[in-house]
Design a protein around this ligand. Structure first.
Ligand code: ADP
Ligand code: MG
Length: 340
């Protein structure tokens, strides 16, 4: 099972200035997996800009051209979990062996491997084996290798061996094409001025562009409404507000406190009670992950702590996520609450 999603293909990956390099590098790799200097191919860029889509598209295209090749798509999270399970059940060698047999390995969101030294170590060995045998590795990440934190140097240097291609936020023309493409695929017609309104107001995330269209279609059909600018404005406003909400440390503290059924003052307090400390550490961790605030600024906003405390919190959360099932569930639940 390759785990590829056939709907994420090259045909519906709209080309534009913002993704041309990454798209064509992906095409080149798909034509000659393992046979170009783009090995590994690392596609990086912000949330919702098409990394996962492009990674699948490369795999889908390879499967199409080379049906005998084994292609595997896996998220870094799942890869990590499989590795941890293999250690627990004493099947680490089987795990490594399985991955070393693959012709094209696609690992999504490698930033997730930050701080996970055991998983990085095993991936290093798998990577070397595949690379030496002319197998293709495709990676995605939310950052360029130079900006990655808590990834071992030797692994980072491997990431830089091939090509790092950035997916940028789509420019206006590309946003229009993406919207039109989505409408076309859904068999829906929408007045041009509305499409332009959406493209002008949603700028930095393709998932949101699609989200607006999906909401428009749903609203219009449930409520027998027309596609009007007013409707577009309502929906766009909702999306813009949500994005802003995610970006504040304040909002994150509120969501985390509410999840643990405590108030923000308790979360920020000096107590050493374990569940409160954990809630505070989670708030710091998400603030680091989901806002642009510095460690120092996060610390000062979450009960006047210093940057070292925040850094320690992030590491603790990473470690606990690897070892503690209940804690991992907290992280998953909160991720959903904060991003939906
Ligand atoms: P990321 O992995 O970078 O967060 P995704 O690959 O999940 O982003 O993309 C988010 C959504 O936007 C998906 O539904 C994807 O199909 C769509 N998308 C992204 N880029 C494009 C593009 N260039 N053309 C068409 N759809 C795109
Ligand atoms: Mg993704």
């Amino acid at each position: 099972e390759s785990q590829l999603n056939p709907n994420y293909n090259f045909v519906n990956f709209v080309e534009g200035d913002s993704n041309r390099l990454a798209r064509s590098a992906g095409m080149a790799v798909a034509n000659k997996p393992g046979g170009t200097s783009f090995n590994p191919l690392l596609v990086y860029g912000g949330v919702g800009l098409g990394k996962t889509h492009l990674a699948h598209a490369i795999g889908v295209e390879i499967k199409d051209k080379y049906p005998d090749k084994t292609v595997l798509y896996i998220s870094s999270e799942k890869f990590t979990q499989q590795f941890i399970d293999s250690v627990k059940s004493n099947t680490r060698n089987d795990f490594i062996h399985f991955y070393q047999m693959i012709d094209v390995l696609i690992i999504d969101d490698v930033q997730f491997l930050s701080g996970k030294t055991g998983t990085q170590d095993v991936f290093f060995h798998i990577f070397n084996h595949l690379h030496q045998n002319g197998k293709q590795v495709i990676l995605t990440s939310d950052k360029a290798p130079v900006d990655m934190q808590d990834i071992e140097q030797r692994l980072l240097s491997r990431f830089k061996w091939g090509l790092s291609a950035e997916l940028q936020a789509p420019d206006y023309e590309t946003r229009i094409s993406i919207l039109q493409n989505k409408l076309y695929r859904d068999g829906v017609e929408m007045p041009e001025e509305i499409v332009e309104y959406i493209a002008k107001n949603i700028k930095s995330n393709v998932r949101e562009l699609e989200g607006v269209i999906i909401s428009m279609i749903a609203q219009a059909s449930f409520n027998r409404k027309e596609f009007t600018i007013e409707l577009a404005k309502q929906i766009v406003d909702k999306f813009v507000k949500n994005t802003k909400k995610e970006l504040s440390v304040d909002y994150i503290q509120k969501v985390v406190s509410k999840y643990f059924d405590m108030d923000v003052a308790t979360l920020q307090s000096k107590t050493r009670k374990r569940h409160i400390v954990q809630a505070r550490q989670l708030a710091m961790y998400f603030a680091k992950r989901m806002t642009k605030s510095s460690l120092a600024s996060i610390g000062s906003q979450i009960g006047k702590r210093d940057h070292a405390t925040v850094l320690h919190a992030c590491k603790t959360v990473d470690n606990l996520t690897e070892t503690d099932k209940q804690f991992k569930k907290y992280v998953e639940d909160l991720t959903k609450k904060l991003t939906l």
